[in-house]
Design a protein around this ligand. Structure first.
Ligand SMILES: NC(=O)c1ccc[n+]([C@@H]2O[C@H](COP(=O)([O-])OP(=O)(O)OC[C@H]3O[C@@H](n4cnc5c(N)ncnc54)[C@H](O)[C@@H]3O)[C@@H](O)[C@H]2O)c1
Length: 329
C-alpha cells in the first residue's frame, strides 16, 4: 500500500537513506529539515522525483502536512554537533517531538521516533536490553541529547495513552555508512578521513573501549520493519558485533592501505566504555537481524569518502538555489 510519509531530519545521514528507500518503493515522501547538520547533497538525487518534496523547516516550530506515517529523525546525532548548542538539541528533542506527536494526533498518523542507545548512559548491564532503565547523568555533557531522547520516549508513551497515538520507538545504536559527515567527529568518519590523508589516527582513551557498528542499509530495513510492525514498545536496532576502537582503527588502516600510525589522546568525559545491543527483541518481533560483515560496510563507506576526496567539504550554501526548498509556514 502506498503511503504519504513525512520524514523529519530527512536530509541527514540516516534520513536520506530512508527517504531514498521509501521514494523508490513509490510512497509519497515529504522531508522537513533545518539543515543544521544535514545537507542537500544527501538528497539531491531525489529532487525532481514526482513523489518527493523537501522543505526547509525547523521542527521546533509547529507545522502542518497531511500524512499517514511520520518518521521523526530530526536531531543532531554526533556528540560534537549536539553539544555545540545543547539548548537547541533539547528543544528539538522536546518541542520537535511534541510537534510531531500533535501532527500524528491531527492526522491519526502512525509515528516512529528515533531514540538512541545513549538513553542507556553508562550501562550497568552488558549487552543492553530494552528492559534496562539506563544510567544517565542528568547534568553531564551528553545529557542534552540523552535526557532529551529519554523525555521524547516518555512523550510518545503518554501521547499514546492519552490521545491514542500509534507509536513506534527505535533505539538506534552506532550506525555508519555513506553520507556520514566528514566533520562529525564520529569514530568511523574520523578514522577514514585520517587514513585517507595518511595522518595519525586519533584514538581517545586506550582503544579498548568497544562499540558495535551497524551498516546503514540494515538499519533502514529495521526502521521500516518496525514502522510496519504492530509493536509499540522500544526496540533496539543495532549490530551486536562488538569491536574495540583499536580494532576498527587497524581495520580501516588496512582497508585504505594507509600509512597512518595510531595516536592516543585523552578520553572524552562520560564516554561509555562498552556498547552492544541485545537485538533478540528485534529478531522476535520484526524478524530483523543485521548482517555482520563490517569489512564490506567499511569498504562501501571508504569508497564514498574517496569520491569526496581530497576536498570532502559539504556545500552549505548551494541549497539556497534549489527551488524545491522553501519554508513551511
Ligand atoms: N547515526 C547514529 O549512529 C545514530 C545513533 C542513535 C540514534 N540516532 C538518531 O537517528 C536520527 C538521525 O541521525 P543521523 O545520524 O542521521 O544524524 P544527522 O545529524 O545526520 O541527521 C539529523 C538531521 O536532522 C536535522 N535537524 C536537526 N535539528 C533539526 C530541527 N530542529 N529541525 C529540523 N531538522 C533538524 C539535521 O539538519 C539533519 O539533517 C537522530 O534523531 C539521531 O538521534 C542516530
Amino acid at each position: 500500500m502506498k503511503r504519504k510519509i513525512l520524514i523529519t531530519g530527512g536530509a541527514g545521514f540516516i534520513g536520506s537513506h530512508l527517504a531514498e528507500k521509501l521514494v523508490d518503493e513509490g510512497h509519497s515522501v515529504i522531508v522537513l529539515d533545518s539543515f543544521i547538520t544535514g545537507s542537500i547533497n544527501n538528497v539531491r538525487h531525489l529532487i525532481g522525483r514526482d513523489n518527493f518534496q523537501i522543505y526547509r523547516h525547523d521542527v521546533t516550530e509547529p507545522y502542518s502536512v497531511e500524512v499517514d506515517y511520520i518518521y521523526n529523525l530530526a536531531c543532531p546525532a554526533s556528540p560534537i554537533h549536539y553539544q555545540r548548542n545543547p539548548m537547541k538539541t533539547l528543544l528539538t528533542c522536546i518541542h520537535g517531538t511534541i510537534n510531531a506527536l500533535d501532527l500524528a494526533v491531527k492526522n491519526k498518523a502512525r509515528l516512529l521516533h528515533t531514540s538512541t542507545s545513549e538513553i542507556y548512559g553508562e550501562p550497568a548491564e552488558h549487552s543492553q536490553r530494552e528492559q534496562s532503565w539506563g544510567n544517565v547523568n542528568s547534568v553531564g555533557p551528553r545529557s542534552c541529547y540523552a535526557e532529551g531522547k529519554r523525555i521524547a520516549e516518555t512523550l510518545l508513551v503518554n501521547y499514546s495513552k492519552e490521545y491514542d497515538v500509534d507509536i513506534r520507538i527505535a533505539r538506534i545504536f552506532n550506525t555508519y555508512g555513506p553520507r556520514m559527515q566528514v566533520d562529525d567527529g564520529r569514530v568511523v568518519s574520523n578514522f577514514i578521513t585520517q587514513a585517507l590523508g595518511n595522518k595519525p589516527i586519533t584514538i581517545y582513551g586506550t582503544g579498548l573501549q568497544t562499540r558495535s557498528f551497524c551498516f546503514v542499509s540494515y538499519l533502514i530495513e529495521g526502521l521500516v520493519g518496525l514502522m510496519e510492525s504492530d509493536y509499540s514498545l522500544p526496540v533496539n536496532l543495532g549490530c551486536p558485533d562488538e569491536r574495540t576502537i583499536k580494532e576498527i582503527a587497524e581495520l580501516i588502516i588496512q582497508l585504505v592501505n594507509s600509512r597512518s600510525s595510531i595516536m592516543y589522546g585523552p578520553v572524552p568525559k562520560e564516554d561509555p566504555v562498552r556498547r552492544k545491543p541485545d537485538t533478540s527483541l528485534a529478531k522476535k518481533v520484526l524478524d530483523w537481524r543485521p548482517k555482520i560483515n563490517i569489512e564490506d560496510g567499511l569498504h562501501e563507506t571508504i569508497k564514498y569518502f574517496q569520491e569526496l576526496w581530497p576536498a570532502p567539504v559539504f556545500c552549505t550554501s548551494c541549497y539556497e538555489s534549489i527551488s524545491h526548498i522553501f519554508s513551511l509556514s
